[in-house]
Design a protein around this ligand. Structure first.
Ligand SMILES: [Zn+2]
Ligand SMILES: [Zn+2]
Length: 136
């Protein structure tokens, strides 16, 4: 399913809305138009919510879960003579590979799931993020 998760520009509440085509995106809390998608092809040229032109790609992966897996691996080190660490690191990596990539808007933080991320999109870059910090 294609969907966007964002903060509503009107009521400021976070919401998730399915994206089915070039049509308005409604906030389920206040029923106002939170954004507008013009075209699937150009979705990552202009954010449907805030019109920002910069996006980054990120794995839709819970880093907390990844840390927990590594932590269990570390705890088991004395029992397994250190073997648990590479094994758990491998599990972590396999899980990570399996997770889909989501695309996030630098300015409003809208998360786009279910789309294939354009290959030119890079992971989050701090210096670009700083530029947009004041909008948040
Ligand atoms: Zn709203
Ligand atoms: Zn945006």
């Amino acid at each position: 399913m294609k969907a966007v998760t964002a903060d509503c520009p009107h009521c400021k509440k976070p919401f998730m809305a399915p994206i089915e085509g070039p049509e308005p995106i409604y906030c389920p809390h206040c029923n106002q138009v939170a954004g507008h998608l013009s075209d699937f092809k150009t979705i990552f040229e202009r954010c449907a919510i805030c019109q920002c032109r910069q996006f980054y790609a990120q794995k839709d992966f819970n880093r907390g879960l990844g840390c927990l897996i590594i932590l269990i691996g570390i705890i088991l080190v004395p029992k397994t003579y250190g073997l648990s660490l590479p094994v758990f690191a491998l599990i972590d990596w396999l899980l990570y590979k399996k997770y889909p990539t989501m695309v996030i808007c630098y300015r409003c933080g809208a998360e786009y799931r279910g789309f294939s991320a354009p290959s030119h999109l890079k992971p989050f870059m701090h210096h670009i993020g700083l530029k947009y910090d004041r909008y948040r």
